[in-house]
Design a protein around this ligand. Structure first.
Ligand SMILES: Nc1ncnc2c1ncn2[C@@H]1O[C@H](COP(=O)(O)OP(=O)(O)OP(=O)(O)O)[C@@H](O)[C@H]1O
Ligand SMILES: [Mg+2]
Length: 503
């Protein structure tokens, strides 16, 4: 987990590319939002395979909700080790707390302030002088926290309607799911809509998630939307918006047949065709799975770009430029900027919105494809190196980054042992109410080989298959305009990278 993952901002969404199809689902979601606005709280689940558009649909609803006077609270769950309990909820409330005027916030939080501040430390920063919670047994303390959060939300929703999105709940920790159940049962007379997204196959493999969804589905205000592939007309619209030209009937049909209308897969295939200069018609001859398509796109990058991205993929879904530069000792700063520009041009990474000097992979599947191209032993050693670099970077204030450090040291345990893992895992856990202690943390530790999130369909399988990524024979690429322009024009300090990128 990286620093920005501890500070998730509501994703802005790719406004520049058109949202296509989903009119039935959007109509139902907008109708549910209207119900919620009238004081009849709603819960909606968007489920489907990886890349089918769950997050994007939630983003589109969020955009609409804001035009309807809703306030958006966005939280997402983390796929990996070391996330403290309630982490998605903490992320969801963080921005709200930071952006709400102190007196209003104090009134909305009410008597549960000590418990809420344990969950969202920013409450203390904002309101100061937060009392210590009285000590009670763990069960009571959990109930008190649930009550406090639920009352806070209901009071906040009385002031303005709220749309609360929890993205990727198949990765949620158990306490977060219990809190979700508690809240969902209490919102039927609140101006609150909860939207959950979940990968179907992964939810099915997690008993707590399955049980949570089963319980939620018994609520009258619950509705599940299973997202399937886009229809042929939507594929054509999608193609036009991605490629800037129309697809003829044969091409649209081939794309649909090949990708089953999965928008992520479609986007990758269209970009692969573009990179091969094959936006025209004819036999597509495309690789079968989404990972192979990503693999082919990666193989068009230069050798060193692949190396840099592969290392970055072990850091996480997003990564810091300075940190990556420190891990990649042999790369000069200018080299690295050029290589990242190459990846930006290929739309495999993008700038992290609102975060200077950070990049993120455009989709988890890009990161996963890269990271799975590494052998287990290489990955373990990279985690060890990254953990140690981060320790140095965070200096003597590692508390805010303990979960991220615990994640890397847990993956590095085969070479470094568990001392640092235990140290940071406990540090991370103690920052959250209802923490589960050392045993709980360590029992949740999975091995590298255990990271396997099979999708529903064979073709989108994220199984253990490795896609070898070799550099292309010709690794020369047309000029990396952004890097060259930036490096020419500005200072060379690593910390200035974002300014240069914006320059
Ligand atoms: N209806 C749509 N119109 C246009 N683009 C879409 C649509 N749905 C999804 N996309 C695009 O497809 C890509 C994958 O979508 P998204 O990330 O929402 O999938 P997801 O179901 O949330 O996947 P995951 O399970 O991996 O989180 C994104 O780039 C998104 O912008
Ligand atoms: Mg998603």
């Amino acid at each position: 987990m990286s620093e920005s993952q501890q500070n998730p901002a509501p994703p802005a969404g790719p406004e520049d590319r058109g949202f296509v199809g989903r009119s039935r689902e959007m109509d139902l979601l907008r109708a549910a939002l209207a119900e919620a606005k009238d004081g009849r709280g709603q819960v909606a689940l968007l489920s489907g395979e990886p890349g089918i558009g769950k997050t994007r649909t939630a983003q589109e609803l969020a955009r609409y909700a804001e035009t309807q006077g809703f306030r958006l609270l966005w939280g997402w769950c983390y796929d990996g080790e070391g996330a403290p309990p309630y982490w998605p909820w903490a992320g969801l409330f963080r921005t709200y707390v930071q952006q709400t005027e102190p007196d209003l916030l104090r009134g909305q939080i009410g008597p549960g302030i000590a418990d809420i501040a344990g969950l969202v430390p920013e409450v203390g920063d904002k309101l100061g002088d937060v009392p210590e919670p009285t000590q009670v047994d763990p069960e009571q303390s959990r109930f008190r926290l649930f009550e406090a959060v639920s009352s806070f939300l209901k009071r906040a929703a009385a002031d303005e309607p709220l749309l609360l999105v929890l993205d990727d709940i198949h990765w949620a920790d158990e306490p977060s799911l219990l809190l979700l159940r508690f809240i969902a049962r209490q919102i039927d007379d609140s101006r609150l809509m909860i939207v959950l997204t979940s990968r179907e196959a992964e939810a099915a493999g997690n008993p707590t998630v399955t049980e949570t969804l089963a319980q939620l589905s018994r609520l009258p205000a619950f509705r599940r939307h299973i997202l399937g592939g886009l229809e042929i007309d939507d594929v054509r619209l999608f193609f036009r918006s991605e490629a800037g030209q129309d697809a003829d009937a044969d091409l649209a049909q081939s794309l649909l047949a090949h990708t089953e209308g999965n928008p992520f897969f479609l986007g990758e295939v269209i970009r692969l065709l573009a990179s091969q200069g094959r936006h025209g018609q004819g036999e597509l001859g495309l690789p079968q799975g989404v990972r192979e398509v990503i693999g082919q796109r990666l193989r068009r990058l230069s050798d060193r770009c692949i190396q840099a991205l592969t290392t970055a993929s072990v850091v996480g879904r997003d990564f810091d430029f300075r940190m990556l530069g420190t891990v990649l000792e042999d790369f000069s700063e200018i080299d690295l900027l050029e290589l990242l520009d190459e990846a930006l041009e290929a739309r495999l990474v993008e700038d992290t919105p609102g975060r200077s000097d950070r990049y993120q992979f455009t989709h988890a599947l890009v990161q996963q494809t890269l990271s799975e191209s590494l052998s287990a032993s290489r990955k373990v050693r990279l985690h060890a190196r990254i953990g140690e670099v981060l320790e140095t970077l965070y200096g003597n204030r590692p508390e805010n980054h303990a979960a991220e450090l615990a994640h890397h040291f847990s993956q590095a345990a085969p070479v470094l042992g568990i001392e640092k893992l235990v140290h940071y895992a406990l540090m991370a856990a103690h920052r959250r109410p209802g923490h589960c202690g050392q045993r709980g943390i360590l029992s949740g530790h999975r091995t590298v080989e255990g990271h396997d999130h099979p999708g529903r369909r064979e073709r989108l399988s994220t199984g253990d298959r490795r896609v070898p990524i070799q550099p292309p024979e010709d690794s020369g690429r047309p000029g990396h305009r952004r890097a060259r322009r930036a490096v020419r024009g500005r200072g060379h300090g690593l910390g200035d990278a974002q300014a240069r990128r914006n320059g």
